[in-house]
Design a binder for this molecule. Structure first.
Ligand SMILES: [Cu+2]
Length: 462
C-alpha cells in the first residue's frame, strides 16, 4: 500500500517542489494506487494552502504535487478489485486501484491540473460534477472534448473558483461506466479556514450494484432491481463506522450516483443541510431534519454538534436498501402453515427448513451455506444480538475521550445504567418527576433510585 505520508509529506518520497519547478511540466506526476478498502485518514497538507482534510469512509484522498504553483493530480481510470465486504469481492472499474476513486481535495483559489490516464478497455472522459470551469474542461464526450482513448492521457486544468463539495465521474458510455463503479468525490475547501469550520468532515458516495451471488462483475444493464446497496462500495457490516469525539462539530457529505434516491436517516440527532453540490446553504435558508433525501446525481452535506454519546444508526430509510444480496421473487409466507409441505419436502431434501412464516428475522440468525463470493442478506452483530441489516447502513460512534484526529473504532457503547429498554415484568418503577431537558440519561432513571439500583430492576445491559 502506498503511504500518503511518503507522497505528500514534506517531499520525502516525491521529488521536492523546487525540483519539480525546475523540470516544469516535463513528467507525469506519480499515480499513487491503493490496494486496501480500509479508511485512510489523510494527513494535513504540507504543501500549498492549509485545509482540514476530509475523511472518506472506506476510502482515501489522492496525493498531489505542486508544480510552479499548480496543484497536480494523476487519476488513472482502470479495472479494479474492490472488497465490498468480507467474503465478497467485485470486479469493478474505478480509479487508482479502488472504486470509488480517491477523493480529490484542493483549496478555493488553487490552480488545478489533473492528468487522466485511461487504462480501461474502452474510451472514457471525466466530468467534474458541479464545478464552475471553462466549458472545454467539462468532460462531456463528443460535446466538449473527444473521448480519451484507451492507453492515452488527457489533461484537465482549471481554477478552483468556488468552495464546496463536488463529484467526478465519466461522461462517455456513462451507463456502463457508472454501473461499473466509476465515481469519486471532489472537495474544494474554503480559502478562509474560519468559514464554517468543523472538527470532523466525513464523505461517502452511495452506489448500487447488481452482482449475482457467486459472480464478480455487475450486470450493467440493470436499471432498478439492484441487490447490493453500498456506502462507498462497501456493505454493512463492513462499512466503516463514523468515529466522533463528543462535542465535536461534524459534517457528513453524501453523494448519490445510483439510479434512485436515498433518504439518509441518522438516529439520535437533528441536523441541517449546510451544503449541496450547488454550494453552501445560507443559515437563514436551513431547516431541521432527521432524514435527508439525497436525489440522484446530487450531494447533500449536513452538520451537527456531537453532544449525545452513543452508537447511533445511520442508514438509508428504504428498507430494501439495508439488505445485502437478495432476490425479490420470493413469495410472502407470513401467516401460512408450512408444516405439511415441509414434511413432504424433507423426504427429498432432509435439511429443508421452512422459513418466513413469522416474518424474515430468522433469516438473519440462520447461518446457511452460501455460494462463493456473496454476503448474507442481513447480518451484523451488536452487543444485543443480530442487527438484521446489510447494505446502506453504518454506525456513528460518539464518545467522550476520543483523541483529536483519531478515527479508531472505540468498540460498543457502554450505556449508562438505567438507559436501556427493558422487559416489563409486572412492576413499574415510579415515573421520573422531571423527564425533560436532560440529555445525559439521568432524568430517565426512576425517581429516588441510584443508577445501580435502577439497573438491578431489569436486565438492561451496561
Ligand atoms: Cu436507499
Amino acid at each position: 500500500m502506498v503511504s500518503r505520508r511518503q507522497l505528500i509529506g514534506a517531499g520525502a518520497a516525491l521529488v521536492g517542489a523546487a525540483a519539480w519547478s525546475r523540470t516544469s511540466a516535463m513528467g507525469l506526476p506519480e499515480a499513487p494506487t491503493m490496494d486496501s478498502a480500509a479508511t485512510q485518514v489523510p494527513p494535513v497538507p504540507s504543501q500549498g494552502p492549509h485545509y482540514n482534510p476530509v475523511v472518506t469512509l472506506n476510502g482515501w484522498s489522492l496525493p498531489f504535487r505542486m508544480n510552479n504553483g499548480v496543484k497536480e493530480f494523476h487519476l488513472v481510470a482502470e479495472p479494479v478489485e474492490r472488497e465490498m465486504g468480507e467474503g465478497m469481492t467485485a470486479y469493478l472499474w474505478g480509479y487508482n486501484g479502488q472504486s470509488p476513486g480517491p477523493t480529490i481535495e484542493c483549496v478555493e483559489g488553487d490552480r488545478v491540473r489533473i492528468f487522466v490516464s485511461n487504462k480501461l478497455p474502452e474510451h472514457t472522459t471525466v466530468h467534474w460534477h458541479g464545478m464552475i470551469l471553462p466549458c472545454g474542461m467539462d468532460g462531456v464526450t463528443g460535446l466538449t472534448q473527444p473521448p480519451i482513448p484507451s492507453g492515452k492521457t488527457f489533461v484537465y486544468e482549471f481554477d478552483a473558483k468556488k468552495s464546496g463539495t463536488f463529484m467526478y465521474h465519466p461522461h462517455g458510455d456513462e451507463m456502463v461506466q457508472m454501473a461499473m463503479g466509476m465515481m469519486g468525490f471532489f472537495v474544494i475547501h474554503p480559502k478562509d479556514p474560519n468559514f464554517m469550520p468543523v472538527d470532523r468532515d466525513f464523505v461517502f458516495l452511495l452506489s448500487a450494484y447488481d452482482i449475482d451471488p457467486g459472480t464478480y462483475v455487475p450486470r450493467v444493464m440493470e436499471m432498478t432491481d439492484f441487490n447490493l446497496w453500498a456506502i462507498n462500495s462497501r456493505v454493512f457490516p463492513d462499512v466503516a463506522p463514523l468515529v466522533v469525539r463528543k462535542d465535536d462539530r461534524v459534517r457528513i457529505r453524501v453523494g448519490n450516483l445510483t439510479m434512485t434516491n436515498h433518504p439518509i436517516h441518522m438516529h439520535g440527532y437533528d441536523f441541517e443541510v449546510t451544503c449541496t453540490d450547488g454550494g453552501w446553504v445560507r443559515p437563514e435558508a436551513r431547516w431541521p431534519e432527521v432524514t435527508i433525501d439525497i436525489p440522484v446525481g446530487a450531494m447533500r452535506a449536513y452538520e451537527f454538534d456531537a453532544v449525545y454519546e452513543g452508537d447511533w444508526a445511520l442508514h438509508c430509510h428504504k428498507s430494501h436498501h439495508t439488505m445485502n444480496a437478495m432476490g425479490h421473487e420470493i413469495p410472502t409466507f407470513i401467516g401460512m402453515d408450512k408444516t405439511k409441505v415441509a414434511k413432504k419436502i424433507r423426504q427429498v431434501q432432509p435439511d429443508y427448513m421452512p422459513m418466513g412464516t413469522k416474518g424474515m428475522a430468522d433469516m438473519a440468525e440462520m447461518s446457511m451455506p452460501l455460494p462463493d463470493n456473496t454476503i448474507p442478506m442481513m447480518t451484523g452483530w451488536g452487543q444485543f444480538g443480530s442487527l438484521e441489516m446489510g447494505g446502506m447502513f453504518t454506525v456513528v460512534k460518539v464518545r467522550e475521550g476520543i483523541e483529536k484526529g483519531s478515527y479508531e473504532d472505540p468498540g460498543e457503547y457502554r450505556h449508562p445504567p438505567g438507559t436501556v429498554a427493558y422487559e416489563w415484568t409486572g412492576a413499574l418503577p415510579e415515573a421520573p418527576s422531571a423527564p425533560a431537558g436532560s440529555a445525559d440519561g439521568s432524568s430517565l432513571r426512576p425517581a429516588g433510585k441510584s443508577a445501580s439500583a435502577a439497573q438491578a430492576d431489569h436486565s438492561g445491559h451496561e
